[in-house]
Design a binder for this molecule. Sequence first.
Ligand code: AMP
Length: 121
Amino acid sequence: MAYDQGNVFARILRGEIPCRKVHEDAHVLAFHDIQPQAPVHVLVIPRGAYASWDDFHEKASDAEQAALMRAVGTVARITGVAATGYRVISNCGSDGNQEVQHLHLHVLGGRPMGRMVARTE
Ligand code: AMP
């Protein structure tokens, strides 16, 4: 899938729209989700232009991939959920119900998160 430079997270990375930053480094930015689904709901994104997990796994450098994984743990400690537990989700593509076409990991916690996948039947 071609990367859309106009997506909302690309605009946040360019500073065109604000975010509530939690953490950043050379490869990663983490900020609070605008519509939190748990007391802690932080999005962790690579600075690089990767549309999805599929795109990222193919094209990102080892340093970028390592930084994204490490940032999840850093965010969990910063927000306090490392002590109580948390869930990490990345929605990929159509069946994954991905809405924003820039790779992001959701870090959710601050309450019991319930079943991993909602029953649909
Ligand atoms: P997904 O369905 O996995 O693509 O998740 C996209 C997430 O981005 C949703 O949880 C939205 O609430 C969140 N979101 C959309 N726009 C913004 C924004 N400007 N700042 C922070 N989070 C946002």
